[in-house]
Write a protein that binds this ligand. Structure first.
Ligand code: NAD
Length: 312
């Protein structure tokens, strides 16, 4: 099968491309290398350096399926730079759907996010929970999902929206573990933790996430439903203070941990969801998949992976 992966030079996208190549697919990567790296792109994949914000980004590119994984994933930036997030995450998704419709793509697999639920009332949060984003990033993902679902019903371009929890592992270049390592590189004696330290979220290791993504996609191709939203996350969660502890331990440091209050209710920043664990019952029933590492194990393994990549 010929598969287009947008954002295939980024963290999740590049691991996905490796797996698709391994499975014998013909893979086309589309990426503007804004946060992705050329060296992360599998040599067997064809790389097009294009910007999805341009409506003609897809000229000369064809595929049976598109995994739309390009985005600006910096949730915090979406609070201060909402226009960037509208363009990178709403306009770009619309341009991908238009290209899919015009070129006869069979299905779109859209990298959505747990942030569409905002401060969910039910935890672990099931897919039936309402869209209630509290960040522009989450709103952009919800908008992308609604657009995908509409294209599925109206034009027959099937869409699977995968709502990822925090996905972590080698090649990660954003998020709390990466930030802690970079802060400790600058000052090994003090580690600033944004918020009150009690924020508790679910983390899934990249290999587990890719296994789940591939299994969910294959099942989705067998069913008739034009649109499906599926959570991909872990069964448990971990507190940000415990992440700080693990990262320091892995690096062999004993920094003073300094809490930096940023909002009255102890969030990391305005728009940060404080508690997040997704219900993965639907995914497990549908595919038989289960996570092989807990959130804590995934954090430790990622800290070790990133220490090798960044700590010299
Ligand atoms: P990433 O930043 O590593 O990858 C994003 C890729 O998209 C990069 O290679 C970047 O260069 C590319 N890109 C960005 N804007 C582009 C544009 N306009 N045109 C072409 N390419 C562009 O991020 P990631 O963590 O790998 O995230 C992948 C996807 O998964 C994103 O859609 C993200 O929102 C979603 N997601 C990630 C997580 C997570 O924990 N990592 C959680 C939920 C959802």
């Amino acid at each position: 099968m010929r598969i287009v992966v947008t954002g295939g030079a980024g963290f999740i996208g590049s691991h996905l491309v490796d797996r698709l190549v391994e499975e014998g697919h013909e893979v086309v990567v589309v990426d503007n290398l804004s946060s992705g790296r050329r060296e992360f792109v599998n040599k067997a994949a064809e790389l097009y350096i294009r910007d999805l914000k341009e409506s003609d980004w897809g000229v000369g590119i064809r595929g049976d399926v598109v995994f739309h994984f390009a985005a600006n994933p910096e949730v915090r930036l979406s609070t201060t730079e909402p226009v960037v997030h509208f363009n990178e995450n709403v306009l770009a998704t619309f341009n991908v759907l238009e290209w899919a419709r015009q070129t006869g793509v069979k299905s779109v697999i859209f990298a959505s996010s747990s942030t569409v639920y905002g401060d969910a009332e039910v935890i672990p949060t099931p897919e039936e929970a309402p869209y209630k984003p509290i960040s522009v990033y989450g709103a952009a993902k919800a908008a992308g999902e609604v657009m995908c679902a509409t294209y599925a019903r109206l034009y027959g371009v099937k869409c699977l929206a995968i709502r990822y929890a925090n996905i972590i592992g080698p090649r990660l270049r954003h998020g709390v573990i990466y930030d802690f390592i970079m802060k400790l590189k600058r000052n090994p004696n003090v580690l600033e933790v944004l918020g009150d330290g009690t924020q508790r979220k679910s983390y899934l290791y990249i290999k587990d996430a890719i296994d789940a993504t591939i299994l969910a996609w294959k099942k989705f191709e067998e069913i008739k439903e034009p649109f499906l939203a599926l959570n991909v996350g872990n069964l448990d969660a971990i507190k940000v203070l415990d992440i700080a502890q693990i990262v320091a331990e892995v690096l062999g440091l004993r920094p003073e941990i300094k809490l930096v209050p940023t909002t009255p209710d102890g969030r990391g920043w305005p728009g940060d969801v404080k508690y997040m664990t997704l219900s993965i019952t639907k995914l497990m029933k549908m595919t038989g998949w289960r996570p092989t590492m807990t959130s804590g194990e995934a954090v430790r393994k990622t800290a070790e992976d990133l220490a090798k990549e960044l700590w010299q």
